[in-house]
Design a protein around this ligand. Sequence first.
Ligand code: NCD
Ligand code: ZN
Ligand code: ZN
Length: 418
Amino acid sequence: MPILLKNCRIVVNEKVYSKNILIKNGKISKITNKEPKADKIIDVKNNLVLPGLIDAHVHMREPGLTHKEDFLTGSMAAAKGGITTFLDMPNTIPPTTTTAVLEEKRKLAKKSIVNYGFNFGATLNNISDIKKAKNVAAVKIYMDMTTGAMKVEDYDTIKEIFKASKLTIIHAEDINIKNAVDIFIKSFMSKAHVELKNQKFLSNKIKNRLHVAHVSSEKELRYAKNNPIKKQMTVEVTPHHLFMTEKDIQTLGAFAEMKPGLKTEQDKKALWQGIHDGMIDVIATDHAPHLKEEKEMANYPFGVPGLETMLPLLLDAFNSNKISLKKIMQLCCENPAKIFKIKNKGFLKEGYDADLVIADLDKRQAVRNDDLLTKCRWSPFEGKILKGWPVTTIVNGNVVYDNGEIKDIKAKEVQYAG
Ligand code: NCD
Ligand code: ZN
Ligand code: ZN
């Protein structure tokens, strides 16, 4: 049954247009000035309509850690935050490091009310599983210790993984990003060629790619972007590194502790500069929920939730002229779709999936723990008043979130091109 979204404000090349959007069979069928016939009409009242956000870095905690989050609660939080697709991380219990666990996770994720995809985890000895894994976004290597104890230290193994995987995501901190780049180059080049380190030569030779998760400092950004394979590299930042600094640890304690940790004001500025210079490709939440009780323990776990606050923080930043809507769309919708080759998503275009978020740019509201749908029920941004909030979220043509109300309509696993 066709739905017509009337009076939408959409952004095309920095310009804002008023259009109507016809949704048919879960797809964007027409973006038009006319009023085509529809079974249902939703008056968007000149609110902004964006492609639903694609969050490339989410820990849904299922299986094994469902006291923190599961695919239903996490996907409800995503829907409330305007995120219509997420890519799940492998550090669950058991970790997503065998094809059997991947298939099991696939079944569990059917509870999700937003679309989803999976990243596959690398270990010291699962190359054959990496090669067999079907329909995964990327392979994730942990080069530092973080939640899940999946650290891979052996450089020869890492080389094998880089070669086996078209796209590898690394959790690497500080100098380890530089190490990752060096190993990546050496995985594909003979010694003589490594000496050469000719950028154009390397670009032509290496087809595989490296995605650096949660870059947190000026130095990390330099390691990730100032190197001979920068064309093969993409860089992600999180909202917490863009909107918080290490000073917040003084007031929030463990509730502001994550990997990599918050850095200085200067680092935060460098990340924003990176956004404006095009050095940063993706903003992703690194939604890493842990319960309050766990955070209050002496040996608390690292990580903060983020699904429900990313878009409001960015819209608030737009309202204070820190970022354009075009940039938000590039970093949260278009680039994740391109980098992970997610089919038919990330753009507000005819023929694309009807994954959309309607946002009220004038709505002012504080982040309140009580309003959150994530199972952990807290946010490091609690109390912060933000201007600009998602009000309605549409997934595969179905309204799954509308002004505080969730509708439990199951979503789908994404597909990848190539
Ligand atoms: C993540 C988690 O809790 O799963 N924690 C974090 O501090 N970011 C793991 C990770 O992404 O490193
Ligand atoms: Zn990480
Ligand atoms: Zn993470």
